[in-house]
Design a protein around this ligand. Structure first.
Ligand SMILES: Cc1ncc(COP(=O)(O)O)c(C=O)c1O
Length: 453
């Protein structure tokens, strides 16, 4: 049935999407030339209708760590479907959720003792806020400036970034932010001993900002000192992304709460989870009456659980964690020289396969920079992202806050050759992006795109 539908309606993708879902998004894609009709996907590649291959350094915003359409994860899903497993009994349980919880806990520090499944990353964070409040009897939630925890109201309240929150207020009371890396501000905020939890991304995903040395270890210590739960959002950094199974392992942290999602199901089925300490569990689920204090209908569904089990096995068998570490080093090694080569490149940073290049106006001025940044802050990066895609067939994204950032978060099945192709393409597009002749047309298109409402 699906095959027939796809064949009989082939090519209608964008027109139908615009008519039924979101015409503004389609205008954006058209403006920047990203409106390809995709035919198939495999590993780290997407293929358009002509069979042309694109290198996907975006990985569905980081949900394809194990590669797109991974055959072993797919086989586990088919098997689960064929077995017609008796999942989601609601008033009853089945085996698969327990098995996946066991595998997650086996990979995390002993402090984490229980798992609550969700269907997304933001839902896992919402659970952290709710359970953290109940477990501590405190109402305040502290997070870091420029954090990203998801787009539901609780997570938006923790993000605190105007770009995501304006027009959607009022946000939840009791949520405050401190600057990422500022331990004095953290301690000052916790001293009154009324903060339930401090939530932090080990690496801030939106602009790929790495924590200052010692920050996370000391943040955890300060949290313990004032009875605040230390919550780590691993939604983007988890499952091998940074060259460890979980990013918190880089600093030997032992969080009280850990949110995961994205790649846990291999990108096939929505899934997320909140891992919590025994203390948190006991503080919330403290009686028969409170045994179902939180949850959502689809969260522990058998398909998500089967996909999760197969994904964890695949990450181990294919040694994707080690691969991310090795290729991340290679990527940094190959892209750092661009700092010397181009004045407009101000920083190159990353951990494993979470990588970013930050641009800034050259000291001697750049017409390209001034034109693009006048249209909209951060737009210069589009001068890189667009030709990377249209000319070199490499999918990346613009990220960051005050300065434009180019970000890559590819499937961990990437090869050295892919990295080298990316570096060659990057060198070419940055060289051309700073040439004034290229700028006028792009600025015009960007201006039209940015004012599209
Ligand atoms: C660090 C982080 N937390 C939470 C989320 C939200 O996850 P979801 O989109 O599954 O709700 C994201 C999504 O990009 C994320 O990067």
């Amino acid at each position: 049935m699906i095959r027939e539908l796809l064949e009989s309606r082939a090519g209608e993708d964008y027109e139908l999407y615009a008519r039924t879902i979101n015409p503004q998004f389609m205008r954006v894609l058209r403006t920047i030339g990203f409106d390809r009709v995709w035919a198939r996907a495999e590993g780290q590649y997407l293929y358009d209708g002509d069979g042309t291959r694109y290198l996907d350094l975006l990985g569905g915003f980081g949900m394809f760590n194990a590669g797109r359409n991974n055959p072993r994860i797919r086989a586990a899903l088919v098997e689960a479907l064929e077995l017609e497993t008796p999942g989601s009994v609601a008033l009853g349980v089945s085996l698969l959720p327990g098995l996946l919880a066991e595998e997650l806990l086996r990979r995390t520090p002993p402090r984490l003792a229980r798992v609550l499944f969700t269907s997304s990353g933001t839902e896992a964070n919402e659970a952290a806020f709710k359970l953290g409040r109940a477990a501590t009897g405190r109402s305040r939630v502290l997070s870091t400036e420029h954090a990203f925890h998801g787009l539901t109201l609780g997570s938006l309240s923790a993000a605190g970034d105007r770009h995501f929150t304006e027009r959607f207020g009022p946000l939840l009371p009791g949520f405050d932010q401190v600057s990422f890396g500022d331990l004095d501000a953290l301690e000052a905020a916790l001293r009154r001993e009324d903060v339930a939890l401090f939530i932090v991304e080990p690496v801030q995903g939106h602009g790929v900002y790495l924590p200052p040395s010692g920050y996370l270890t000391q943040a955890q210590e300060i949290c313990r000192r004032y009875g605040t739960l230390f919550a780590v959002d691993e939604v983007q950094t988890g499952f091998g992304r940074t060259g460890k199974m979980f990013a918190f392992e880089h600093w030997g942290l032992e969080p009280d709460l850990v949110a995961v999602a994205k790649s846990l199901s291999g990108g096939y089925v929505p899934v997320g989870a909140l891992l919590m300490s025994q203390r948190v569990y006991d503080g919330v689920f403290d009686s028969l009456e409170h045994s179902v204090s939180h949850g959502s209908t689809f969260a522990p569904n058998d398909l998500a659980m089967a996909a999760g089990l197969a994904t964890l096995r695949e990450i181990d068998d294919a040694q994707l964690v080690e691969r991310a570490a090795r290729l991340g080093d290679h990527l940094l090694e190959r892209t750092r020289p661009l700092l010397d080569r181009f004045e407009v490149v101000r920083d190159v940073r990353g951990l494993g396969l979470l990588w970013a290049m930050q641009f800034a106006e050259p000291e001697h001025g750049s017409l390209a920079w001034r034109v693009m940044e006048r249209v909209q802050t951060g737009l210069f990066a589009q001068l890189v992202v667009v030709p990377l895609f249209t000319k070199h067939r490499i999918l990346t994204q613009v990220a960051g806050y005050d300065l434009p950032v180019l970000k890559a978060i590819p499937p961990l099945v990437l090869t050295e050759e892919d990295v080298d192709d990316f570096v060659t393409a990057l060198d070419d597009v940055i060289k051309k992006a700073t040439r004034p002749t290229r700028v006028a047309g792009m600025a015009l298109r960007a201006a039209r795109g940015s004012t599209a409402r």
